[in-house]
Design a protein around this ligand. Structure first.
Ligand code: ATP
Length: 460
């Protein structure tokens, strides 16, 4: 098993321990230490980081497993890693914001099923690597892992979203915001990379590290900005360090929507700084209702925008039952009224799938022909099996591991039963099946290219 060292600047963070592949040892081992820097790897004796997910504003996020759960539950371990050049005050503010994410997730994560749960928040003190004899303190936050793709990644993979896809996204996120704002919390960092689509299709709102909790104020109250924002997504009142409102989040959500609709990765290009007006409608055309609603969410003056998420839902006719704040979180499941949206296959996954289907199809065709001896029946049977395999890939029932297992199993059967080789030698079977795989890759690549060119042509 590979464990990732969380010490910032560790020269060799990837550690491999073959004994930990055995789950009984994994559950009972006392501790493991990084072979390069001596950092304890099993955090508070429980969480084992396995992979670096990314580095954000204040730290790094790791995929980890919790060895004290029966199924070794996956979770996300975030470590506070402020930049080295911060002043005392800035460092204190950064640490407060990191802690705030833990406080907010503890408060609302269990109450809303589209906000990750907080599992743990703890500091650890270890010997310093760079200054022998000294000690260092690190802060960690462990939260629910949302297995999927964020909307920025999805945009990169599949290109711009349709109007209906954006409306579905708005309906989900507005409902979450309505709940969050009713708790007196302003998220302040709504953007595509902070909205995650679980593999089951459900959207989650992430990264509550920049939230402003408005203590002792009524729902929909205001808070002051602390200068944490993402350029392009933050309205004027937030950038100037003034008060933030629910409509501050609605502005950022509208920028998110126009980014997805237009496919423009740098949203600042859609804002005409001279007139302070968004020019997104020159890039894409949508229904007047959606266009007018987004434009009102994007108004520069906070008091001219919609004042609550519910107002936007009403304007878009996306009326929903009010969210019951004490709603107990259930396991993520697709809602019955709204079919789960699968994460589309990336080009690489598509080509890999095509290679597998071609290779597997070649082997199956040879085996079936050996038994059926009829080209027509073989063709039909092979087409049915291939259709099932392709459907399985589209549904993500068949992924990398399943492809390898299936291909190896089919190959094994043909290898051990010469009667299934239709009189061909092993070498000929290999050449034919690999050739079928390559042809499938080439044809798929060609169609993908034509599809991309057509989408580009019609979107302009
Ligand atoms: N609960 C989660 N489940 C799955 N992936 C997550 C989760 N939280 C964060 N990530 C992923 O981990 C990576 C780093 O996240 P992090 O919140 O630390 O920074 P960021 O959102 O990329 O940047 P910033 O803090 O500047 O907005 C991102 O790719 C994010 O999508």
């Amino acid at each position: 098993m590979e464990i990732y060292c969380t010490r910032p600047g560790c020269p060799r963070p990837r550690n491999y321990f073959s004994d930990l592949d055995d789950h009984s040892i994994l559950r009972t081992v006392q501790q493991k230490y990084c072979t390069a820097c001596g950092m304890p790897l099993i955090l508070v004796g429980r969480y084992l980081p396995t992979k670096l997910l990314g580095r954000g504003g204040f730290g790094a996020a790791f995929l980890a497993c919790d060895r004290y759960t029966p199924g070794m539950r996956q979770c996300v371990v975030k470590q506070f890693q402020p930049a080295g050049n911060l002043s005392e005050t800035q460092l204190k503010l950064a640490q407060d914001l990191f802690e705030r994410e833990a406080i907010v997730l503890e408060e609302i994560g269990t109450q809303h099923e589209q906000i990750p749960d907080l599992f743990a928040y703890f500091p650890i003190i270890v010997s310093s690597f760079s200054q022998p004899g000294q000690q260092e303190q690190f802060f960690y936050l462990v939260q629910e892992y949302i297995d999927g793709q964020n909307l920025e990644e999805e945009l990169n993979h599949k290109g711009q979203f349709s109007e209906q896809e954006v409306l579905d996204m708005l309906q989900d996120i507005l409902k979450i915001l309505q709940f969050v704002h009713n708790k007196g919390i302003i998220h302040r960092d709504i953007k595509p990379s902070n909205i995650m689509r679980h593999r089951n299709g459900k959207l989650y709102l992430l990264d509550f590290g920049a939230v402003k909790q408005v203590a002792n104020t009524p729902p929909g109250g205001v808070g002051s900005s602390t200068g944490i924002f993402s350029l392009g997504f933050a309205p004027l009142e937030q950038m100037s360090g003034g008060q933030v409102f629910p409509s501050t989040d609605l502005y950022a959500l509208a920028v998110t929507a126009v980014m997805l609709l237009t496919g423009e990765k740098d949203v600042t290009k859609l804002l005409d700084v001279y007139s302070n007006q968004w020019k997104w409608q020159e890039r894409v055309s949508v229904s007047p209702l959606v266009a007018n609603t987004l434009d009102r969410m994007l108004l520069p003056a906070a008091n001219q925008r919609f004042q609550s998420a519910q107002e936007v839902l009403d304007a878009l006719n996306l009326n929903v039952q009010p969210v019951i704040p004490t709603q107990i979180k259930s396991q993520p499941q697709p809602t019955p009224t709204q079919p789960a949206q699968q994460i589309p296959l990336s080009t690489l996954e598509l080509l890999m799938g095509a290679g597998f289907s071609g290779f597997e199809g070649g082997l199956i065709a040879i085996a079936l022909y050996s038994v059926l001896r009829s080209p027509n029946i073989t063709f039909v049977a092979c087409a049915v099996i291939l259709a099932i395999l392709i459907f399985g890939q589209k549904q993500r029932w068949i992924e990398k591991t399943e492809m390898l297992v299936l291909a190896a199993a089919t190959w094994g059967v043909i290898f051990f039963f010469p009667v299934l080789r239709a009189g061909l030698s092993i070498k000929q079977v290999i050449i034919l099946s690999v050739a079928a795989g390559l042809v499938a890759i080439a044809v798929t690549a060609l169609f993908r290219l034509i599809y991309k060119l057509l989408t580009l042509f019609f979107s302009n």
